[in-house]
Design a protein around this ligand. Structure first.
Ligand code: G4P
Length: 534
């Protein structure tokens, strides 16, 4: 049996981030294929009514062909355990993505070589940068006519604000894409298109001089000159700098052709960090501490339409997680038995006996666990860093059938706890608002209310444009502010009070009038315990 230290050392937990259509689903599928986790490439995909998207769960996703919920996949490669966390591609679900990013030690960023950095990627990069998450960059679709690699590198460096270190460099593009140069080994890996579903495409690796006399010799020499140019201005690769988010290794390839994918997997194993320490309110927790600790970063209800279930996704932060062990949920002070924990092989769940730092455990529960909860076998701790952001659109919920008020309340409580949408109630409890970042989030909420909970509801526009959670040095000051603003103070799912604004200028006026009150655009999942400003 491996020691805790060895189990930690062989784990990599990472998320794939990209703008929709850059090739995330395709790359995921190829990664799984290389690791032997699935055997037919394409089974992760579902576009255009063909096969079913394994990583997408909900009806609405199937209808629209988008990935709404994020999923978790575990695979083994070269004796390592890779935990891949998928993130929703659509920007309306960015809050879910932010939370998933708190559960990983690295990110794999996919760039469509024709488009460079796109809007959604930019937002994700900002989150990674704020957390100093190491980023590996994969420039995809080199088999198409795309932008010049030198230009892409410039753009990447500017946006990331850190040096890019090329590990591979493309030879040509589109119809004249000949392959990549391996920067460290000075070898050339040649490309042949059209090997979508094969694990081993007929690529071959040659020494540099073996291929410069072939028909693609000129293209290879040009690529080498470019590579040397970039390497001359880039710093030497440093694992420490990469782990601290100060350098990003760069790869080129074509996911759909399964070209350049193995290099990325190797990089994950060879240079990506193993599970890192995690800050808690009380202290920083090291991954190899013997007591188990974990944090809930995602709740998903009704993943399986046949069973009413609710699964908390827990990132193991330290120690060994054991099936049937009892753990303290710090927020409630209650113990929970870890019965029926599962790990994820895409949609398939597998029962597990134990899990190690970096692993993601799914724990079925009936509401005992909420987003941001810390579980521990030792001292009470509160992990930090799971963000909730102030929504930008607010809608009032209404139902036709007064007999369903109770169902609506419990359904909204669950959706709110899941973080699928934010739920705000005014102090009288009579007015209930849903807060979101995009219209699609409302569509999903309505669909789920009707489908999963049997509560057809309607939504009405409101004049509110933003919210700020409020706090003050003393409870009296906060109470005074709250009592002065009936109709504007709402409480969210964890009863943290927020002031709802109709205009941005209102925010300036109120904060000037009430200097004792602090207004927060973000709150930590631990709610009133630690309201922090971004
Ligand atoms: P996403 O999950 O990031 O949204 O992207 P996805 O993998 O679904 O890829 C988006 C489109 O880009 C797909 O085409 C996919 O086949 C294509 N693609 C992915 N990687 C490459 C690549 O290396 N080269 C080229 N030329 N195309 C690539 P689609 O037409 O939308 O779907 P499909 O009909 O191919 O399934």
């Amino acid at each position: 049996m491996l020691t805790l230290q060895q189990e930690r050392a062989r784990r990599r937990t990472f998320a794939i981030i990209s703008h929709p259509d850059a090739g995330k689903t395709t790359l995921t599928e190829k990664l799984l294929l290389h690791s032997g986790a699935i055997h037919i490439a394409g089974s992760v995909k579902a576009r255009k009514g063909r096969r079913h998207v394994v990583s997408d769960w909900m009806d609405i996703e199937k209808q629209r062909g988008i990935s709404v919920a994020s999923s978790v996949m575990q695979m083994e490669y070269r004796g390592h355990v890779l935990n891949l966390l998928d993130t929703p591609g659509h920007q309306d679900f960015s809050e879910d993505t932010y939370r998933v990013l708190t559960a990983v030690d690295a990110a794999l960023m996919i760039i469509d070589a024709a488009n460079g950095i796109e809007a959604q990627t930019l937002r994700l990069i900002e989150v990674c940068r704020a957390r100093q998450t190491p980023i590996i960059t994969f420039v995809n679709k080199m088999d198409r006519e795309v932008r010049y690699p030198l230009e892409l590198v410039d753009e990447l460096e500017q946006v990331l604000g850190i040096p890019i270190v090329p590990f591979s460099w493309p030879i040509g593009m589109g119809r004249n894409f000949h392959g990549v140069i391996d920067a460290a080994r000075a070898t050339v890996k040649t490309f042949s298109p059209g090997w979508h579903d094969k694990l081993i495409s007929p690529e071959a690796v040659y020494g540099f001089h073996e291929v410069t006399n072939t028909s693609s010799g000129d293209a290879i020499r040009d690529a080498r000159t470019e590579l040397e140019l970039v390497l001359a201005s880039a710093p030497a690769f440093s694992e420490v700098a990469f782990h601290e988010g100060r350098q990003s290794p760069l790869f080129f390839g074509s996911a759909v052709n399964n070209f350049g994918v193995q290099e990325v997997l190797d990089a994950l194993v060879d240079i990506a960090p193993s599970p890192q320490p995690r800050p808690a309110l009380e202290r920083t927790v090291e991954a190899i501490e013997s007591e188990f600790t974990g944090v809930v970063f995602k709740i998903q209800a009704n993943m399986d339409p046949l069973h009413r279930d609710r699964i908390a996704f827990i990132r193991v932060c330290s120690g060994r997680f054991g099936r049937d062990a009892k753990y303290l949920v710090t927020r409630t002070g209650k113990m929970i038995r870890a019965g029926a924990p599962v790990s994820f092989l895409s949609q398939r769940r597998e029962a597990i006996e134990q899990a190690y730092p970096g692993d993601i455990v799914g724990l079925p529960n009936h509401g005992a666990l909420q987003l941001g909860d810390t579980l521990t076998s030792g001292e009470p701790l509160h992990f930090l860093g799971l963000p909730f952001f102030a929504p930008e659109i607010f809608k009032r919920v209404d139902i036709d059938d007064p007999m369903k008020v109770k169902q609506l309340k419990s359904a909204l409580l669950q959706l709110g706890q899941e973080g699928a949408i934010q739920v705000f109630r005014d102090t009288s409890g009579a007015s209930v608002l849903l807060g979101a970042f995009g219209e699609l989030q409302f569509d999903v909420a309505l669909e789920r209310l009707r489908h999963e909970y049997g509560v057809p509801a309607r939504l009405h526009e409101t004049a509110f444009r933003t919210a700020r959670w409020v706090s003050a040095a003393t409870p009296e000051e906060l109470a005074k502010f709250v009592s002065h603003h009936p109709g504007r103070i709402y409480q969210d799912a964890v009863q943290a009070p927020a002031y709802l604004f109709k205009t941005r200028s209102e925010l300036d006026v109120i904060s000037e009038q009430w200097p004792m009150i602090r207004f927060h655009q973000m709150r930590e999942s631990i709610g009133r315990l630690a309201l922090t400003q971004l």
